[in-house]
Design a protein around this ligand. Structure first.
Ligand SMILES: *[C@@H]1O[C@H](CO)[C@@H](O)[C@H](O)[C@H]1NC(C)=O
Ligand SMILES: *[C@@H]1O[C@H](CO)[C@@H](O)[C@H](O)[C@H]1NC(C)=O
Length: 389
């Protein structure tokens, strides 16, 4: 090589070596950057411990024992936790103005114990439910078997190839739904889940018209059970209902309604209920500490531990995580201009729920699901979630 070329040539080699090295460093760095979120910091042990406190277990046990013995609560006694609700709370929470209008006149009282004792079939599900009570986050991976399978069988699809629904829309009831015409988008999902029998007629442009699964709490069913034929299926008699049990006495209503509903009337697994409760309580404690700077032990000063509970919407989202490959969420959240519910004139939120805590959970679901406690423990993978506002 000519001497005059030697210098520029070695310079070129130097540049090449440097580029290769810095490229590798960049790749490694970007890999690290992609991988970093997987290594989530462990959830705060103090908050986990406090979230695990279950108050009202003794009262719950007594309630269940009484029911199994045939002793029925005559009103709303001081039973455990969030089950202590007044009838008014139920009506408000479940926006039953809508139902009430069409409701035939029925005595306001619960049916007499004699009616219920005549029902042969409520003790077994109650006993089974109570026996299953234990904390087991692995239940997330059983939801396909517990919820989707029975629905598939009902639709005559015993051997579905795909384990989960491809795409699901969970439609909440917030007034923000009136801000957009998401009806077509919602109906485009494989499964549309609606909450607490919210009306769709008259709102189809906003909320869609299709319903594949109706998610309710048992307070709704309790009110339905007082009507002839247990009218609890505004979306059609062939739409499966999934319900969570708010209080054990509602197994009576379940016994009344299970025989009259054509599609499956499923009860959420109590282990799933307990998981949802613990996650929301964890987020409530965390939000409390983050926003007030106070020690987490003072959480009970602002939240009645026995009343505290997750919302139906939260559990419906959790359910969708378990049975869907992709989850879209509509009608969750609030804004100053929007109505509380799209289909009622209810004003205030009830303080049974900590919505701020649930919103914090939803943010993590979208942005960093790996930090949500319990879900990963049994290898459960959170599917992609999109919130439409
Ligand atoms: C967990 O949270 C508590 C209460 O906020 C705090 O005092 C403690 O330092 C936290 N622990 C860790 C390991 O971050
Ligand atoms: C509910 O009804 C279905 C269909 O009639 C029946 O197969 C099922 O066992 C009932 N569930 C309970 C818990 O009784």
């Amino acid at each position: 090589m000519k001497r005059s070329l030697r210098l520029p040539f070695s310079f070129l080699i130097l540049v090449a070596v440097f580029s290769v090295l810095s490229f590798r460093a960049a790749v490694q760095d970007s890999r690290r950057r992609v991988r970093r979120p997987e290594v989530a910091p462990p959830a705060n042990a103090t908050l986990l411990r406090l979230a695990a406190v279950e108050s009202g277990e003794a009262e719950l046990r007594k309630d269940v024992d009484d029911l199994l013995d045939g002793t029925f609560p005559s009103g709303h006694r001081g039973v455990a936790g969030w089950r202590l609700r007044t009838h008014l709370d139920w009506r408000q929470e479940n926006h039953l103005e809508v139902l009430r209008r069409n409701e035939p006149r029925f005595p306001h009282r619960l049916r007499g114990p004699k009616d219920y004792r005549a029902l042969p079939d409520f003790r077994r599900p109650l006993r089974d439910w109570f026996r299953r009570r234990r904390f087991h986050p692995g239940v997330m991976s059983e939801l396909v078997e517990l919820i989707k399978r029975p629905i598939d069988r009902h639709h005559g699809r015993p051997d579905t190839k795909t384990e989960r629904y491809g795409s699901c829309a969970v439609v909440g009831n917030s007034g923000i739904l009136l801000n957009n015409d998401h009806g077509g988008l919602i109906d485009g999902h494989d499964l549309v889940i609606r909450l607490n029998n919210a009306r769709v007629s008259g709102y189809n442009h906003k909320v869609g018209s299709k319903t594949g699964l109706s998610f309710v709490n048992s307070n709704i069913l309790h009110l339905c059970a007082r009507r002839p034929g247990c009218f609890c299926h505004p979306y059609g008699e062939t739409v499966p209902i999934v319900m969570y049990i708010c209080q054990p006495v509602h197994f009576l209503d379940y016994a009344v309604c299970n025989s009259s509903h054509k599609a499956p009337l499923l009860i959420t697994d109590v282990r799933f209920d307990m998981l949802c409760a613990r996650i929301v309580k964890y987020y409530s404690l965390k939000t409390f500490v983050d926003t007030t700077g106070k020690p987490p032990g003072e959480w009970t000063k602002v939240h009645d531990e026995k009343m505290f509970h997750y919302s139906s919407g939260m559990q419906a989202v959790m359910l969708a995580l378990g049975i869907c490959d992709q989850v879209s969420v509509f009608g969750f959240g609030k804004s100053a201009e929007a109505k509380h519910h799209y289909h009622t004139n209810q004003k205030a939120e009830l303080d049974l729920h900590d919505y701020e805590a649930e919103y914090a959970l939803y943010r993590d679901l979208v942005e960093q699901p790996q930090v949500i406690p319990f879900l990963k423990d049994f290898g459960f993978k959170v599917p992609p979630v999109v919130f439409y506002h």
